[in-house]
Design a protein around this ligand. Structure first.
Ligand code: NAP
Ligand code: COA
Length: 259
C-alpha cells in the first residue's frame, strides 16, 4: 500500500531530536521526502542519516531559525532536492525554568527569538516555495501559550505569540490555498522539554495526577496529529490550535481533595 505522503516534500525545523524528529520520521515512513533542520550540524546530519538508513530520502541542514538569510538558503536547497514544500513543521524551541526576577533581558529575548521570531522566520522564508494551493503549515506551540506558568515567563510569552502568528498567517495565506495550524502538545514522555520541566519523579507524578488522562503522551501522538493536519482529511481546517495534551488545557483534573 502506498504511503499517505508518498513523494510529498516535507520540511521540519527543529528536527534533530524529540517530538519534531518523531514527526519527521513518521512522515518519512509514509513515503515523504524529508528536509530536517536544526543548529547542530552533527545532530541534524545524524537525524537525516537515520531516515536515509531505512531507505528514505532525507537531507539535513544546519541552520539557526534566528538566521533569516540562512533559512532562505535552506528552503532553496530543500526545493532543489525535493520540489516545492507540501508540509512545513516549525518546532524549534528553547525553554528552561527561571524566576522572572532572575531572568536576564537577554535570556527572555533568546527564547522569544527562537520560538516566536523563529516561527515567523521559518514560515515567512518558506512562502515563495510553498505548493499552492495545498501547502500545510504546522507550528508546534504549548499549553504555556494560554496558561501562565511560574518560572516560564519567557516561554509563555513566546508561545502565546506563536499562536497568534499561526492565526494571522492562516487569515492572510488561506486565499492562496495555504493552511496554517498549530499543535499544542501536553507533557510528552522521553523529551528534553519534560526533562527540563519535571526532572524529578515526584514532580512527574504530580503533573500526571493533574491530567484528565493521568499520563504523559508519546511523541507519536504528536506525529499522528501532524499527519492529520497535513492530510486531505483536514482540508477545511485552518487557524486551529489542536490540543494533543491528555486534557491539560482543561485545567486541574485531580480529585484527591474531594475523596
Ligand atoms: P527538543 O528535543 O529539545 O527539540 C528542540 C529542537 O529544536 C532540537 O532539534 C534543537 O536542535 C532545535 N533547536 C533549538 N534551538 C534552535 C534554533 N535556534 N534553531 C534551529 N533549531 C533549534 O525538545 P522537545 O521537548 O522535543 O520539544 C519540541 C517542541 O515541542 C518544542 O517546540 C516544544 O516547545 C514543544 N513542546 C514540547 C513539550 C514536551 O512535553 N516536550 C510539550 C509542549 C510543547 P539543535 O540543538 O540541533 O538546534
Ligand atoms: N536560566 C536562566 N538563564 C539562562 C538559562 C537558565 N537555565 N540558560 C540560559 N540562560 C540565559 C543565558 O545566561 C544568556 O543570558 P545572559 O547573556 O544574560 O547571560 C541567555 O539565556 C542566552 O543563553 P545562551 O546559552 O547564549 O543561548 P543559546 O541561544 O545558546 O541557547 C537556550 C538557547 C538557552 C534556550 C538553550 O537552553 C537551548 O539551546 N535550548 C534548546 C533545547 C531546549 O530548550 N529544549 C526544550 C524545548 S521546549
Amino acid at each position: 500500500m502506498a504511503g499517505r505522503f508518498e513523494n510529498k516534500s516535507v520540511f521540519v525545523a527543529g528536527a534533530s531530536s524529540g517530538i519534531n524528529l518523531a514527526i519527521a520520521e513518521a512522515f518519512a515512513r509514509e513515503g515523504a521526502k524529508l528536509t530536517v533542520l536544526s543548529r547542530s550540524e552533527e545532530k541534524i546530519e545524524a537525524a537525516a542519516a537515520g531516515i536515509r538508513s531505512i531507505g528514505l530520502p532525507a537531507i539535513g541542514i544546519a541552520c539557526d531559525v534566528r538566521d533569516y538569510p540562512g533559512l532562505e538558503a535552506a528552503f532553496a536547497r530543500a526545493v532543489e532536492a525535493h520540489g516545492s514544500i507540501d508540509v512545513l513543521v516549525s518546532g524549534a524551541a528553547g525553554n528552561f525554568l527561571a524566576p522572572a526576577r532572575k531572568l536576564s533581558a537577554n535570556a527572555f529575548k533568546t527564547v522569544v527569538d527562537i520560538d516566536l521570531l523563529g516561527t515567523f522566520n521559518v514560515f515567512r522564508a518558506s512562502f515563495d516555495h510553498l505548493t499552492r494551493p495545498g501547502a500545510s503549515l504546522i507550528a508546534i506551540t504549548a499549553g504555556q501559550a494560554v496558561h501562565p506558568s511560574p518560572f516560564q515567563i519567557h516561554a509563555c510569552a513566546a508561545k502565546a505569540g506563536v499562536n497568534m502568528v499561526t492565526k494571522c498567517l492562516a487569515l492572510e495565506w488561506g486565499p492562496a490555498g495555504i493552511r496554517v495550524n498549530a499543535i499544542s502538545p501536553g507533557p510528552i514522555a522521553d523529551t528534553e522539554g519534560m526533562a527540563r520541566l519535571a526532572a524529578d519523579p515526584a514532580r512527574e507524578a504530580a503533573i500526571k495526577n493533574r491530567l484528565a488522562l493521568r499520563d504523559y503522551g508519546r511523541k507519536d501522538d504528536i506525529a499522528e496529529a501532524a499527519m492529520y493536519l497535513a492530510s486531505d482529511a483536514a482540508r477545511y481546517v485552518t487557524g486551529a490550535i489542536l490540543n494533543v495534551d491528555g486534557g491539560n488545557d482543561l485545567g486541574d483534573a485531580s480529585t484527591d481533595a474531594l475523596a
